[in-house]
Design a protein around this ligand. Structure first.
Ligand code: FAD
Length: 410
């Protein structure tokens, strides 16, 4: 009989929650599963694009974690990890707890690095964000002010950013809402992005995404500016490198991401950006008891770009990574078979909702080029139309309902 083990998971969102449920399901009761997260509720981040327009409230897109974990036999600690000591196999928390682990999964997502661009962000700057619940609620108050005093709108992803899908979706939704409010003539919309071309997504493009996305922006009457570098954001004005000024009454710019401080500041755990390196098992190459999944992982861009642009780790990709990491943690403990998932073999399903329309991308081996080139070829299916909106609604319903009831794929 194998000795009892404690698996500690940092973060309880797409990656951490999925992994916790899967690990709990496959380990017997001798083994303990512990989850830490400073957030008491799971938030379905993809729906935050609708919140500024009053299409969702917090209760629609969140649920409490403690009852679910209680029911499943997972110990939930509603606190952030403050430091990870990989040599000592312990995690420290803000309240002074020191938690030992046999296996650790880092699923702490991103830190929103607004400070990298002067004037960016809702706290110290002039732009909105929909990257977390608090920001989306604030972006709603800003939208109400905009409706009283409309004017130009700027949406985008800053240099060094990676979450391009979020800014495209917000862009399409903003345009949809402007049209519905009868403000099209008063509120021209501009899209700025670090991507080398529209529809690149930090992935090098997905099928004919460049053509599709360009055509959709044309159809909506939106100017898209790839290779954008924001020099500074001032009240109601963005200055791009090269001198172009973009006035705005409302701006939502997705910031660059780094890893969270607790990971970045823990010796030997991450790269300088705070992301955790991983091998084909989603395991740390130097610390075999440490795994990572989701946005917390270090995945280098397949090819360099003129303006720094990171690889997106979408919710669906984070879920896949979490399942692989979970299977391998269980395999370490039980002696079952490990599962390899080279970066080149990641698939991506990306739904760009546009309120009543949109584009769906489904790609296999999406990173199998550049530094990840192998015997596999990227392949993609792209579909445009109202089904994109329904696909996003289905994703929301599927993810919230399944996780709320503790359901996860075998
Ligand atoms: C506006 C928007 C729209 C999006 N739309 C889509 C979409 O349509 N489809 C899609 O697939 N993806 C979408 N994404 C991307 C998706 O939200 C992310 O890929 C996903 O949230 C990543 O999951 P994660 O678990 O890695 O990180 P996160 O979801 O960021 O979760 C990290 C968790 O770790 C916790 N944490 C942080 N620090 C600590 C610590 N020190 N100790 C313990 N816990 C900690 C956090 O509280 C959080 O709960 C969207 C993203 C945005 C911003």
């Amino acid at each position: 009989m194998s000795p009892s083990n404690r698996v500690v998971i940092l973060g309880s969102s797409f990656a951490g929650l999925t992994a916790a449920l899967k690990i709990r399901k496959h380990l017997d009761d001798r083994h303990e599963v512990v989850v830490l997260d400073p957030r008491a509720r799971f938030t379905f981040i993809p729906s935050l694009i609708w919140m500024p327009f009053g299409r969702r409230d917090a209760d629609d897109v969140t649920f409490p974690l403690a009852p679910l974990y209680d029911h499943k036999g997972v110990r939930f600690i509603n606190e952030a990890a403050t430091k990870i000591y990989v040599d000592a196999h312990t995690v420290a928390t803000g309240s002074g707890q020191s938690i030992e682990y046999d296996k650790l999964l880092v699923a702490t997502g991103p830190r929103l690095a607004f400070e990298k661009v002067p004037g960016l962000g809702p706290a110290a700057g002039h732009t909105q964000s929909v990257c977390n619940l608090e920001h989306a609620e604030r972006a709603r108050a800003g939208w109400q002010r905009f409706l009283q005093d409309p004017g130009p709108v700027v949406v985008g992803t800053a240099q060094g950013g990676s979450c391009f899908g979020a800014s495209y979706e917000f862009l399409f939704n903003v345009q949809h809402r402007i049209r519905k409010a009868g403000l099209t003539a008063l509120a021209p919309v501009t899209f700025i992005t670090a991507e080398p071309f529209l529809g690149h997504f930090g992935l090098g493009g997905v099928g004919d995404s460049s053509k599709r996305v360009g055509a959709y922006l044309d159809h909506l009457g939106i100017e898209g500016i790839p290779n954008s570098v924001i020099k500074e954001v001032r009240a109601e004005e963005i200055e791009l490198e090269g001198g172009r000024l973009l006035p705005f009454k409302y701006a939502m710019i997705v910031p660059p991401f780094t890893g969270v401080d607790a990971v970045r500041e823990s010796e030997g755990l991450s790269n300088p950006m705070g992301f955790v390196p991983i091998d084909d098992l989603f395991r740390h190459p130097k610390h075999p008891d440490v795994y990572a999944a989701g946005v917390a992982t270090a995945i280098a861009p397949p090819e360099p770009t003129q303006v720094p642009a990171g690889v997106p780790k979408t919710g669906q990709m984070s879920e896949v990574m979490a399942k692989v990491a979970a299977q391998n943690i269980v395999a370490d403990i039980t002696g079952a078979k490990h599962r390899e998932m080279p970066i080149a073999e990641l698939s991506a399903i990306c739904v760009l909702d546009g309120g009543d329309n949109g584009i769906i991308f489904k790609a296999d081996n999406v990173l199998a080029h550049g530094i990840y080139a192998n015997e596999h070829e990227p392949s993609a299916h792209v579909m445009g139309g109202p089904q994109a909106h329904w696909a996003k609604l289905a994703f929301e319903r599927y993810f919230l309902t399944s996780r709320k009831h503790g359901m996860v794929a075998f």
